[in-house]
Ligand binder design. Structure first.
Ligand code: UDP
Length: 330
């Protein structure tokens, strides 16, 4: 990838790993990030000589997006309000960022002929029970007053926009991420359950398993997430198409909590927290979330390589070092 690359959300969790990979592949990268859930530390690790430019700004700024997209033939659009806790806490701002921001990026890419990879989510499938989820599956969502579903809906609007622009000639591919994790996860940013459990286990607080803990996820190590994203930008066959990017290793949340506690040698207790207590304004969960990876394998040549135990070992080692340092600074 020799052409200049724009990564929106490049200071965030997945975005910063994507930037690492693009720079390692010899790319020259511009990051657009408003640092709402992204971090300086995620970008400052790059050598100062790296061909990297950081623009502090929002994808909701139409003129800024227009200027940047015009300069970049390839755009990875990852900037979004992400994480269930974050969406629940400010649904209006989240909807605004996810819909308006993507509209700006896609419209500009269409204007200038840039190729786009749009980051979407397994939340698209909602609470469907038709596992594994195929890209062609129906979406099953709860009522509109449950804020959780606004994230799924905002990302579905993004996907609709992408397909609509594709019909008008935009070169775009969509990747639906399944529960990515790895070094740099943090509770206040992307807010994955793994970050939460690790924080609790390291401080000896109870590990809060929601519901009965039998709900499942296929946690995907971030280098596998990045690999699927890069493949979607390279393959011609990926254009106008959408792909599940995840892992096939399904685990219950209870099992996850136990693994994290054991691997950290933590004395924390596991405690079951009813959903009503965790989310007093109303909540509905996805009981099983498993990707069908057939299309990603056949079209992109994608297959995840990092097992949950191996990925957790790498992640927990990073968290041990960095959460302790952050705690000391507070
Ligand atoms: N979860 C949990 N305890 C927590 C936070 C989350 O048991 O303190 C559960 C949550 O209810 C869900 C799963 O962990 O069933 C994954 O949650 P996350 O917010 O990471 O992402 P989701 O997969 O729901 O988008």
């Amino acid at each position: 990838m020799s052409e200049p690359i724009l990564v929106t959300g490049g200071a965030g969790f997945i975005g910063s790993h994507l930037v690492d990979r693009l720079l390692a592949d010899g790319g020259s990268v511009t990051i657009l990030d408003d640092f709402s859930t992204g971090h300086e530390a995620n970008v400052s690790a790059h050598p100062s000589t790296a061909p990297l430019r950081v623009v502090r700004g929002s994808v909701t700024d139409e003129r800024l997006v227009d200027t940047l997209v015009a300069e970049h033939p390839l755009v990875f659009h990852l900037a979004a309000a992400v994480g269930v806790a974050h969406i629940m806490s400010d649904p209006v701002a989240s909807l605004h960022t996810n819909v308006r921001g993507t509209e700006n990026v896609l419209a500009a890419a269409h204007r200038y002929g840039s190729r786009v990879v749009l980051a979407s989510t397994s939340e698209i499938y909602g609470r469907s029970t038709e596992v594994p989820f195929k890209e062609t599956a129906n979406r099953v969502l709860g009522p509109t007053w449950i804020h959780r579903w606004s994230y799924s809906t905002s990302k579905a609007v993004d996907e609709h926009l992408a397909f609509a622009y594709a019909e008008q000639g935009l070169r775009v591919s969509i990747v639906r991420y399944f529960n990515s994790y790895g070094p740099r996860i943090d509770e206040r940013g992307y807010g994955s359950v793994i970050a939460r459990f690790v924080t609790q286990a390291l401080s000896g607080e109870p590990i809060t398993v929601h519901g009965d803990g039998q709900q499942t996820r296929c946690f995907t190590y971030v280098t596998d997430t990045v690999e699927g994203t890069v493949l979607a930008a390279r393959r011609k066959e990926a254009l106008g198409n959408v792909f599940n990017i995840g892992s096939a290793e399904e685990v219950t949340i209870r099992d996850l909590a136990e693994r994290i506690r054991r691997m950290l040698g933590s004395a924390s207790q596991l405690t079951l927290v009813p959903y009503e207590a965790a989310y007093p304004t109303g909540f509905q969960d996805t009981p099983r979330r498993v990707p069908d990876l057939g299309r990603a394998r056949d079209v992109l040549g994608y297959s995840p390589t990092v097992s949950l135990d191996a990925g957790l070992a790498l992640t927990l080692a990073w968290c041990r070092a960095h959460y302790a340092a952050a705690g000391e600074r507070r």
